[in-house]
Design a protein around this ligand. Structure first.
Ligand SMILES: [Zn+2]
Length: 307
């Protein structure tokens, strides 16, 4: 079985061909050019599918995308207006009518969670949560091997847990949201506030590895916020595994040990005894893997019905 998998991000579209064994047979990427709107985005998707279809047989199209997605309807239901016209797009219907093969659409963090379950850090795990730390904080919850989607299909928006009363403003309209304190953007804003310099994540961790005191103080403050939110999530879900993704996952064991020490002060031992904390293993590939996994699951259901 060959699946065309497409991961639509705010700046880049990653795509590839994935087989049922979870092997990425090839992958590539192009710019989203989000501001040009949904029509232009659809043209890019068609071009990707048409080119791959010319070369090989295709069994389905799996799409992972930014924004609030109703996976059951295959439709974009909310989010920011990053891609004009994107909200309301019934992508699964559009692709299935055009290509006459099954398609799926799911939120990018949910896809990344399933990608990690299928072929990465959460292999053989059925109950785990996934946090991606970047511009904001995204969440994915897998319970008994299935995504927790909620009634409106937009559950697990961890970034908007309120952790500080009357705190910093967040794009959602509330104040004090988790992502306003514990995202990578929040970390770099803290550096700017305290040191007066705008740097990137890589430069920040270079300072940390040089044992630079003001940067270490900033890291400790940020970690404290990060584990404030994470400890609540651990109490809600009692997971066996927490997978942490996004650019900071490159910091590996070094940062993980700091997270663990901080959590030990906040979470009761019986929750921590069964808990493993891991950095995501599949990086940018997790989205296309998860989208492929969902497409394979959809094909299984279709086949069961026709048998
Ligand atoms: Zn918010």
């Amino acid at each position: 079985m060959n699946i065309i998998a497409i991961d639509i991000g705010g700046t880049e579209i990653k795509y590839g061909l994935v087989n049922e064994g979870g092997e990425i047979l090839f992958s590539s990427s192009l710019l989203t050019e989000a501001s040009k709107g949904v029509e232009q985005l659809l043209e890019k998707i068609y071009k990707i599918v048409d080119e791959i279809k010319l070369k090989t047989h295709i069994d389905g199209i799996g799409v992972s995308a930014t924004g609030q997605i109703d996976g059951k309807k295959g439709k974009v239901v909310g989010g920011t207006n990053l891609i004009p016209g994107w909200i309301g797009t019934e992508l699964v219907k559009i692709l299935e009518e055009k290509y006459k093969i099954p398609a799926i659409l799911e939120n990018d963090v949910n896809c990344a969670s399933l990608g990690e379950m299928w072929m990465g850090a959460a292999k053989n795990k059925k109950n785990f949560i996934c946090l991606t730390i970047g511009t904001g904080i995204g969440g994915g919850v897998v319970l008994n091997g299935e995504l927790l989607t909620g009634e409106g299909s937009v559950a697990a928006e961890f970034g908007h847990l309120q952790i500080v009363k009357n705190g910093k403003e967040c794009g959602c309209g509330n104040r004090g949201c988790y992502q306003a304190y514990a995202s990578t953007t929040a970390l770099l804003n803290l550096v700017e506030e305290k040191i007066g310099k705008r740097i990137n994540g890589k430069e920040f961790f270079e300072e940390i590895h040089k044992n630079s005191t003001p940067y270490i103080e900033i890291l400790n403050e940020w970690v404290d916020y990060f584990t404030d939110g994470l400890s609540s999530l651990i109490y809600i879900f009692n997971p066996s595994l927490v997978v942490i993704g996004g650019g900071i996952s490159k910091q590996g064991d070094f940062l993980m040990e700091i997270f663990k020490k901080s959590l030990e002060k906040k979470v009761m031992k019986n929750y921590l005894d069964i808990l493993t904390l891991k950095m995501a293993e599949r990086g940018n590939d997790a989205g296309i893997l998860g989208a492929s996994y969902l497409l394979i699951e959809k094909n299984k259901k279709i086949n069961q019905k026709t048998c």
